[in-house]
Write a protein that binds this ligand. Structure first.
Ligand code: CA
Length: 725
């Protein structure tokens, strides 16, 4: 882009208050020369040609004013080019587009650069994340994207590094380890840059870590500040005031008493920034462990306390990391109800007054509108079916809980909606200022929470949540399974944030559909579980265009122009938490959802063709006979739930992303099985050794359990067509 001309155009489009702010920043950083500047990031809304930060603008609206592709002509949209990825895991990234070049991250934290018009590869960078890091990741080895500043690009790696690359060459400018790598921290989220500070959080709240977000100097990689979201445990007298306040809401004797009770509260995805208020908003995750009775027990052993700042939106000063305000969506969370979901800023008229609001549809199923100057609760209504609370008290902003679902207190299992994957997960929403609608990639998938009796943390590895994740296994009954699959719902909800109700809804074949893009052409773009990439009318949800993507699409699209021609790009490839946890052959009810990882780029009249879709294979289930004693199988089931289910699916039903253990060759031989699970024979592929967490007997019990499950499913399934590799 013409930088001088753009800076002027951008400046004209931003408010007077912001402009004053910008001129100060110009002086402070000496920006205005090469590369991405604060003025560009603040004025990104006026730069339709490019997509220079994760949510396109600091407000994270994912709305592009581009209208060359619109309601009238979207039927002529065709494939301009595509690029196959060299990973076959979940693809969740938002590409950045700067001056006709497209940059993206893929699974395993790799980075690739392309000519945005032709697809010609320009460079690629592989940070060589060790394969066994996968065991630290709750939700696939995904990465959601890059940040740009000056002549550099920034991204986090699964093993906790923050890396700066030269944008022209892909050469490493600096690299910094941001986490204690002896613990199960991972980075999957995209950094943001504010005034030359690169802000990045991390994940790991299923594995006992203590959450934080930190800022690094964009030029040197030096750490500038670090903001913890939960107290350290023990005596808080030397902690900052906001953590002393938080300490009153925790059992401080238990918190931090073990490496596996770090409290959680990880900042693994959403951030937004208001340059006028100079506030950075961060979304804070769930408690670690989930079960509050183990995380923060009261006198009678049941869970106690709000446990700040879990499941909260927190406003901090980006210069210093100073706490300003918080709003907690789920006090005393115990269901994995993160508030890390997309945070979006907008100004809108509510009850006759213009309000600066912050909006979020966190996992807990309520859509929140918050005053972003003060953190004051304005309104909330359920955007999906919810049974854990009957509503939010408008005076206190606190949920009105259903005691039947307060599983940490009762100790009794309960089926709760939403489940641990939420009513909405990381998949970005989008906003249309002309319709004043927020588009939500929502879904319904309840879950049974069965507190694990006498749970003990494992400080080394495994899902440390305090619930028995094997307890909700479905019985080996094909009809019943189809029935349960039939209760799973996925939908695109067009939500009116003022009226707090849907204006229209599009049903999808199942949960876990793609992130969203809204455009000035009156369109909403979304990929689906049904392996389509679609365009809908932003006003009424009418499907106007559809492309057969051959794969589930979960990532959000972007749009840009080069030489005046508009493109729409989306990274396709099925994966992530839900994809790993369900029977991939059942979810969309027509055909297995497969992973074909590929960047798809469209333009009007595009005439490129994808290669033919690979054929499905007939793969009979052919396990050895199940001969183990029931008590051995029971041990195997419990251990499988804790150590295996999160990647290989509850009940060992097998996803379409990772190996189906019921079909594993090593099932035939105790020695071969042990070589993988204890010996780490496949660690470079992502299957770490579980030595130290599982005994030889337990490893053999897991094999017995999987053999039993395979025989049950053989009886109900017979041979079916599957998409597994
Ligand atoms: Ca979680």
């Amino acid at each position: 882009m013409d930088l001088k001309r753009w800076a002027l155009g951008g400046a004209l489009l931003i408010s007077a208050g912001t402009l004053a702010n910008c001129s100060q920043i110009f002086e402070a950083t000496g920006a205005g020369g090469e590369g991405i500047t604060t003025a560009m990031l603040v004025g990104a809304d006026g730069d339709g040609a490019n997509w220079i930060s994760h949510g396109r603008t600091y407000s994270e609206q994912r709305y592009s004013p581009l209208d060359a592709v619109n309601r009238e002509n979207v039927g002529q949209l065709g494939l301009a080019w595509y690029a196959d990825m060299d990973t076959a895991r979940g693809q969740e990234a938002t590409p950045l587009v700067i001056d006709g070049k497209l940059y993206l991250t893929t699974a395993w934290s790799k980075v690739k650069a392309f000519d945005a018009t032709t697809g010609k590869p320009l460079w690629e960078y592989d940070p060589k994340v060790p394969g066994e890091t996968a065991v630290k990741a709750c939700c696939d080895v995904v990465n959601r994207g890059l940040a740009a500043w000056g002549d550099k690009l920034f991204f986090g790696t699964l093993d906790g590094r923050l890396i700066a690359l030269n944008r022209d060459t892909g050469a490493v400018a600096w690299e910094k380890v941001t986490v204690d790598q002896s613990k199960s921290y991972t980075i999957t989220g995209a950094p943001r840059v504010i005034d030359g500070k690169v802000i990045i959080g991390n994940g790991g709240a299923e594995f006992g870590v203590r959450g934080f977000v930190a800022a690094y100097d964009a030029n040197s990689g030096e750490q500038l500040w670090k903001f913890y979201t939960v107290p350290e445990g023990g005596d808080p007298k030397d902690a900052p005031a906001y953590l002393q306040k938080a300490a009153e809401t925790w059992n401080m004797d238990v918190l931090g008493a073990s490496d596996a009770i770090g409290g959680g509260g990880t900042v693994w995805d959403s951030m937004a920034y208001d340059p006028d208020l100079d506030l950075l908003y961060i979304g804070v995750g769930n408690g670690s462990p989930w079960n509050r009775a183990y995380r923060s027990p009261g006198k009678d052993g049941t869970g106690e306390g709000d446990n700040l700042y879990l499941s909260s939106i927190v406003a901090v000063r980006p210069k210093t990391g100073e706490y300003v305000w918080h709003y907690q969506t789920t006090p005393g969370e115990t269901w994995d109800y993160t508030a890390t979901q997309h945070i979006m800023l907008a100004d809108m008229e509510i009850d006759g007054a213009m309000r600066k609001v912050l909006m979020q549809a966190p996992k807990n199923g309520f859509f929140y509108v918050i005053d972003r100057e003060t953190g004051k609760f304005l309104s909330a209504k359920p955007y999906v079916s919810v049974n854990w609370a009957t509503g939010i008290d408008p005076k206190t902003g606190r949920p009105i809980e259903n005691p039947e679902t307060r599983v940490d207190k009762t100790g009794k299992p309960a089926v709760v909606t939403p489940g641990a994957l939420g009513g909405h997960n990381w998949h970005p929403m989008a906003y249309s200022p002309t319709e004043n609608l927020v588009y939500i990639p929502a879904f319904e998938a309840g879950m049974m929470y069965a507190p694990e009796a006498d749970w003990k943390p494992d400080t080394a590895r495994g899902f440390n949540v305090g619930f028995n994740l094997g307890a909700g296994d479905l019985p080996p009954d094909g009809g019943f399974r189809k029935q349960v699959a039939g209760t799973l719902k996925g939908m695109l909800v067009a939500w009116d944030p003022v009226a707090q109700k849907p204006r229209w809804t599009v049903e999808h074949p199942g949960p876990w559909n793609g992130g969203l893009l809204a455009t000035g052409g009156g369109l909403v773009f979304q990929g689906t579980t049904g392996s389509e990439f679609n365009a809908y009318d932003a006003a009424n949800g009418k499907k106007l265009w559809s492309f057969a993507a051959q794969t589930g699409v979960v990532a959000p699209p972007v749009t840009y122009t080069v030489n005046g021609e508009q493109y729409v790009a989306v990274l396709a490839g099925w994966g992530g938490a839900y994809a790993l946890s369900v029977d991939g052959d059942l979810i969309n009810r027509k055909a297995p959802v497969r992973n074909i990882s590929r960047l798809l780029v469209f333009k009007l009249g595009g005439a490129a063709k994808l290669p033919p879709e690979p054929a499905l294979a007939d793969l009979p289930l052919d396990p050895p006979p199940s001969t183990a004693a029931p008590e051995v199988i029971a041990v195997g089931q419990l251990k499988y739930g804790r150590y295996c289910a999160v990647c290989h699916a509850p009940g060992a039903v097998g996803s379409t992303v990772l190996p189906d253990l019921r079909r594993a060759g090593s099932l035939e031989s105790a020695a071969a099985w042990n070589a993988v699970v204890e010996g780490g024979a496949l660690k470079d592929n992502g299957m770490a050794s579980f030595k130290g967490s599982l005994t030889k007997q337990e490893i053999e019990a897991i094999r017995a359990y999987v053999i039993k499950r395979a025989n049950e499913d053989k009886a109900i399934e017979g041979t079916k067509r599957v998409a597994r590799k």
